[in-house]
Ligand binder design. Structure first.
Ligand code: CTP
Length: 381
């Protein structure tokens, strides 16, 4: 139908972007398909829409020159091929009509710039001016233009590069990564919601430490979650050291990931030691201590959720509570724990008890076998 409609309008039309990438990678089929047409995207959408009886209402965005509708649960998105240029301080592009190649050039990565023709003369042909296919095979994230241009045009793409690397198990090309390091501070011009959308996708990957570590190495983490960066490093006083709480945190998030798809429990793992940087001190008698870091940490969670525009309802309370309680079962591995203490913990955690235990299991590093045994005994009640 789309091909026929495009022909009637005399407009070259292609499938482009994420759908083509995921199709070639044999990933789960996407729920949205982008069509680019050399001419009016809105007119093409209107024509296609008029030929389909069971489609949802057509939404038209005149200002952006786009239109979309849903059909059988799939979002079909139409846009006219365009050339874009950007002002220094904004993600809003200045847009002009362009050719297919102009449109492919304005895209973020070579693997997202692949197009499949819907035109009669070369139907099904793959149009790949930047060797996106090669990059899919080599598992590389690379920009079609100079990385500095692509990232500074739209700094959200720095997050997207890391998100795709983490989701797909790809590497970010060296030049690209250096450019992200150079442009990291420009992430500030992107709205918190969009940055956090990408961050959440990283949190939901199989091994979140891959993306989190990349965010740190790229210098982006310090603009998003400086509290986490503050956990990095080991200090030594009088020959005594403490563990690197940044790497420990990444380990705990990885440990919990296979056991929960609950994003907020993963966040609790990410933030469970967040109060350790401001409470750290060295005491001559007891050595390194992080006394009351749980209380400080749960207050920090509140500020952080507000700043990052994360939902302040149930997820905030859940994360705060788990952060606050998470160090207590660790105390319960102590030989001297009483039944009363255990009952008290059950009571405090309430219906979130199982989630708390999931976190605590992830938090006990495999190195200390005695502690682990003790913990298992206590919690197979
Ligand atoms: N795109 C871009 N720059 C962005 C966002 C998107 O160039 N900051 C382009 C890419 O070509 C991308 C397409 O727009 O493939 C569609 O974007 P989107 O739906 O956000 O992402 P997908 O690549 O489809 O991937 P996902 O659905 O996993 O987010």
């Amino acid at each position: 139908i789309i091909s026929q409609s495009a022909k009637e309008l005399g407009q070259e039309t292609y499938v482009v972007g994420g759908f083509v990438r995921d199709f070639l990678l044999k990933r789960d089929s996407k729920k949205d398909i982008d069509f680019v047409t050399v001419g009016s995207g809105i007119e093409l959408a209107e024509k296609v829409h008029s030929k389909i009886t069971d489609a949802s209402k057509l939404s038209v965005f005149k200002r952006f020159g786009t239109a979309n509708f849903k059909w059988e649960g799939i979002d079909l998105e139409f846009v006219g091929a365009r050339r874009e240029s950007y002002a220094e301080d904004s993600r809003k592009p200045f847009v002009e009509d362009g050719s297919l190649e102009d449109d492919q050039k304005r895209r973020d990565f070579t693997i997202n710039a692949l197009a499949i023709s819907l035109n009669e003369e070369n139907y099904g042909e793959l149009i790949d001016p930047f060797d996106g296919i090669g990059d899919l095979e080599r598992k590389i994230i690379r920009t079609p233009l100079e990385p500095d241009v692509t990232y500074s045009d739209d700094p959200l793409r720095m997050m997207r590069a890391i998100r795709f690397a983490a989701q797909l198990g790809f590497e970010i090309e060296e030049n690209s990564f250096q450019s992200i390091q150079k442009n990291a501070s420009r992430i500030d011009i992107v709205s918190k919601e969009r940055v956090m959308d990408e961050f959440q996708k990283i949190m939901m990957t199989e091994k979140p430490s891959t993306g989190l570590k990349l965010l740190d190495d790229a210098g982006l983490m310090q603009f998003i979650l400086p509290e986490l960066v503050a956990l990095r490093g080991v200090e030594e006083v009088e020959g005594q050291t403490h563990k690197d709480n940044f790497y420990h945190t990444l380990e705990v998030v990885d440990n919990i990931a296979p056991n929960t798809e609950n994003i907020w429990l993963r966040w609790a793992a990410l933030l469970h030691d967040i109060g350790k940087a401001p409470t750290k001190r060295y005491d001559k008698k007891i050595g390194w201590t992080f006394h009351s870091h749980e209380f400080v940490g749960s207050k920090m969670v509140f500020k952080l959720f507000k700043r990052l525009k994360l939902p302040l309802g149930h997820p905030l309370k859940f994360v705060q509570k788990i952060v606050l309680l998470s160090s207590r079962p660790i105390a319960l591995v102590d030989e001297n724990v009483t039944d009363a203490a255990l009952r008290r913990l059950l009571f405090d955690a309430g219906e979130d008890f199982d989630d708390l235990i999931t976190l605590c299991k992830a938090d006990i590093t495999t190195k200390n076998e005695r502690k682990q045994r003790r913990f298992k005994q206590n919690f197979s009640l």
